[in-house]
Design a protein around this ligand. Structure first.
Ligand code: BGC
Length: 413
């Protein structure tokens, strides 16, 4: 009897162990700021309610550069996580290496093809197979303005470059830092996305999507760099190396006038209890209304042991549920990755993000973000980062930057 009990207990324990392995996901991501963690919590709790436990692998560093380095080491060691937060071309690069799993069954059963926009599917599918589950759509051509400072400056939202410069001058007179910025290559590049777009849709497309040498090396690109020099004159002395969320905090705490940043910045404002329209104003970078430079966070699903696949598929399915899409993106600051999610629960900035995205998609003015991996593979992106950052820091003149940009892109292609 005793032996029987022990054996039964042992096999029960073994079964429980197997069940636990099957119901656990190990997730690598870079959502470590206050707003990002709050959004991640929505996902964790959703999975927990479905009996799936979460093993967290956070790798701090906005834009995910550091996370991608850690991921490479993990996969090389033969120890891939279940799911990895990833941007655009990085997903396709991993798919090319044959490292990703297959979500076709769950995608077909749930009809993802019909509700996930093709702009996102380009990165969620490889060779016709689903390899990643998109969580959201962010975009980079936004600014986040301190409402009290804007009101002091007359309350008018700047409609073009000259009005933006006038507003920044006014912030300076008010004694606050005009532009809250963190000097990190991906943040410099995020501003550059918007500045290049503000000089024309065609210009952005030819430069960053087509990588056209004439455009990369032309007079408009010099003007884009000149604008970067001008914006650089409005940051504070301590900007170098500052994390993006600390720059958001400067606007939140009335120390700075505005921040140029993707709509994940809204997550920080919300986390701090700030309200759009009352405490802060969201608007497109002047001159880019009607256009959107997007990036979508997707969970790339890696090839894992068979007993881990059910949890992986359950995670993918949970992410694409319309209710989850609304709950998560309301907190994250992004738009849903599905076109059929009602905007009811979103604030005015979220409603605008959803509408802008749909409009840009229809009018052909939706472009992949260069700064966030949706215009080019990492090699080209990093080559552009390097030139943009050196120029922003005064190591290159605009003329030199233009020449270097052409060479860097050519070398990285
Ligand atoms: C991601 C966002 C994230 C931001 C800052 C972007 O690349 O798409 O989800 O909040 O980086 O970390």
């Amino acid at each position: 009897m005793r032996k029987f009990l022990t054996t039964t207990a042992m096999s029960l324990a073994l079964m429980a162990g197997a069940a636990q392995a099957a119901e656990n996901v190990e997730v690598l991501h870079w959502w470590t700021s206050g707003g990002e963690a709050a959004a991640l919590d929505v996902l964790k709790k959703d999975l927990e309610s479905k009996g799936i436990t979460w093993t967290d692998m956070p790798v701090a560093g906005g834009g995910g550069t550091e996370a991608m380095t850690v991921l490479r080491a993990r996969v090389t060691a033969g120890n891939a996580p279940t799911a990895v937060q990833m941007l655009g071309f990085d997903i396709l690069d991993w798919a090319k290496e044959g490292a990703l799993g297959n979500l076709d069954d769950v995608a077909a059963k749930e009809g993802w093809d019909k509700v996930i926009p093709t702009a996102l599917q380009q990165f969620s599918k490889y060779d016709g197979h689903w390899i990643a589950a998109p969580v959201n759509v962010h975009s980079t051509n936004w600014m986040w303005i301190n409402k009290a400072a804007l009101d002091k400056a007359g309350g008018k939202e700047p409609a073009n470059w000259d009005e933006l410069v006038a507003l920044l001058d006014n912030f300076k007179e008010q004694g606050i830092t005009p532009v809250a910025h963190g000097g990190q290559p991906w943040q410099d590049a995020t501003i550059f996305d918007a500045v290049v777009l503000s000089l024309g849709n065609d210009f952005y497309k030819k430069a960053f999507i087509d990588l056209d040498a004439e455009t990369l090396g032309g007079p408009q690109m010099k003007e884009a760099f000149d604008r970067m020099t001008k914006l650089r004159s409005y940051v504070d002395d301590n900007f170098s190396g500052r994390d993006w969320n600390l720059a958001s905090a400067m606007v939140i705490e009335d120390k700075a006038g505005l921040q140029f940043m993707g709509d994940w910045a809204k997550g920080e404002f919300l986390k701090a209890g700030k309200k759009p329209g009352t405490d802060f104003v969201c608007m497109r970078f002047p001159g880019t209304q009607g256009s959107v430079t997007f990036n979508s966070d997707q969970f790339a699903m890696f090839k894992v042991a068979d007993d881990k696949v059910p949890a992986q598929l359950a995670m993918a399915s949970a992410i694409e549920s319309p209710t989850f899409q609304s709950a998560f993106n309301v907190v994250k600051g992004s738009a849903p990755a599905r076109t059929d999610v009602p905007d009811t629960d979103f604030d005015d900035c979220g409603k605008k993000a959803i509408k802008d995205l749909a409009d840009a998609n229809t009018s052909g003015t939706l472009y992949g973000s260069m700064a966030h991996g949706h215009a080019n593979p990492a090699a080209v992106k990093n080559a552009i980062y390097d030139v943009v950052t050196r120029q922003f820091n005064g190591e290159l003149s605009s003329e030199e930057a233009v020449t270097e940009l052409v060479a860097a892109v050519e070398g990285a292609k």
